[in-house]
Design a protein around this ligand. Structure first.
Ligand SMILES: Nc1ncnc2c1ncn2[C@@H]1O[C@H](COP(=O)(O)OP(=O)(O)OP(=O)(O)O)[C@@H](O)[C@H]1O
Ligand SMILES: [Mg+2]
Length: 377
């Protein structure tokens, strides 16, 4: 039995990374161009499931192939402290050797906890830790360096980002071989928009991950199926391609589910039928609802959800004035929610005072779950 060539798992580096050559080229150029190159300080934004974590993994692999060291972190409370700890493993060893009598993981945790660094000290501590590590790396070869990636940046504490920003700015000025890539939801730019200390984040090269062009999806599908001896062509291929709407997570889901259906009869007939395609797409859509739409909607405020439900009544783009009317609100009031939903990449501007859904199949999902969400009001 052959293995499914698609991997619809969050953050999992897919066997085929479709449509990401330009951003990868920017990053590689940054590595090649030396200290201070724009590609060495990047801010990758995009909607849920568009492939941010995957691109960080890919950057890490590229950096490692150039013999760079890579530190991957996810923003949550204590980010800067964790970075310091990971940069100076000697400190951890020190803590364990100083208190040998306290055994077991709890004892070690407690002694480590004592090396807590105040937010005033943190920028300097982090800078020193990074410098120390870079000294070691660069001693081995001048071409080597350190890549630090921070995922889910929208969830970072301000103090942590301030510490990172200060340290990185100094290291860049000192021409060190360092690269920093931040990734997060598009809301990161609005979250600290008026924060002077974080102008730094906006100085980073902005890379907005968007959906993959359909012709590239089509080629990737056709080739990947062919590689496992199954033919996906004609109408089933067109249907599969269009069903993804170019959304990376959906590319994996559609590919995975159609392959699964077709593989069952592949021994007798290794050709994807229209029936296989429809069944696979239906399975993919259901899974998208459970893993993306549901959790995303649960994270929204009630009013934001009501706005989306009002939009779902239309078959295409909605007039914002009409939505305000449906919500029985003034346009100004409704606009507050519209802006928030735009920032979060739930909806997009569709011109002429209209907005449309930015996440594939969200409209259908809302219609199917309308009763459930109305009940919550
Ligand atoms: N360029 C791509 N081509 C094909 N599949 C991709 C691509 N990018 C990501 N994927 C797939 O899409 C899914 C989601 O990717 P990933 O977890 O990186 O998204 P994300 O932007 O980090 O989402 P979240 O905001 O929820 O963390 C994964 O299954 C991944 O394999
Ligand atoms: Mg992610």
């Amino acid at each position: 039995m052959s293995t499914n060539p698609f991997k619809p798992t969050a953050g999992h580096l897919p066997p085929l990374l479709v449509g990401r050559e330009p951003i990868i080229a920017d990053f590689e150029e940054g590595l090649a161009d030396g200290p201070g190159a724009p590609g060495r300080l990047m801010c990758v934004t995009g909607a849920r499931g568009v492939g941010k974590t995957v691109i960080l993994t890919e950057f890490g692999n590229i950096a490692k192939s150039h013999h760079w060291e890579v530190l991957d972190e996810t923003a949550s409370s204590g980010l800067a402290e964790r970075l310091v700890e990971r940069l100076q493993p000697t400190k951890r060893q020190l803590a364990t050797t100083i208190k040998p009598e306290i055994t077991g993981p709890q004892g070690i945790g407690a002694s480590l906890g004592q090396i807590s660094i105040s937010s005033q000290q943190m920028p300097l501590t982090l800078r020193e830790a990074l410098t120390h590590r870079l000294n070691k790396i660069e001693k081995r070869s001048k071409d080597r360096g350190l890549l630090v990636t921070v995922d889910e940046t929208q969830a970072a504490d301000r103090n942590d980002l301030v510490a990172i920003a200060t340290a990185v700015q100094h290291l860049i000025r000192e021409n060190r071989n360092i690269a920093f890539v931040f990734a997060g939801l598009p809301t990161i730019t609005s979250k600290w928009l008026n924060d002077e200390l974080l102008t730094f984040l906006r100085r980073a090269q902005p890379e907005r991950l968007a959906d993959v062009p359909l012709p590239e999806v089509e080629t990737a599908f056709s080739n990947t199926f062919a590689q496992s001896g199954i033919t996906l062509a004609g109408n089933p291929l067109t249907e599969a391609t269009e069903a993804t709407q170019g959304y990376p997570f959906m590319i994996q889901l559609v590919g995975y589910n159609i392959w699964r259906v077709a593989n069952r009869h592949a021994a007798e007939n290794p050709v994807v039928t229209e029936e296989d395609a429809s069944k696979g797409i239906e399975d993919a859509r259901r899974r998208l609802g459970n893993t993306v739409h549901g959790p995303e909607l649960d994270g929204l405020s009630q009013v934001d959800r009501t706005y989306l439900l009002a939009m779902a009544k239309d078959d295409g783009p909605s007039f914002t004035a009409e939505i305000a009317k449906r919500l029985k609100q003034s346009q100004t009031y409704a606009n507050i929610y519209r802006t928030r939903l735009l920032d979060g990449d739930f909806i997009k501007n569709a011109g002429w005072g209209r907005v449309d859904f930015a996440i594939p199949y969200l409209r259908q999902y809302l219609r199917e779950h309308d009763a459930y969400y109305m009940q919550q009001e």
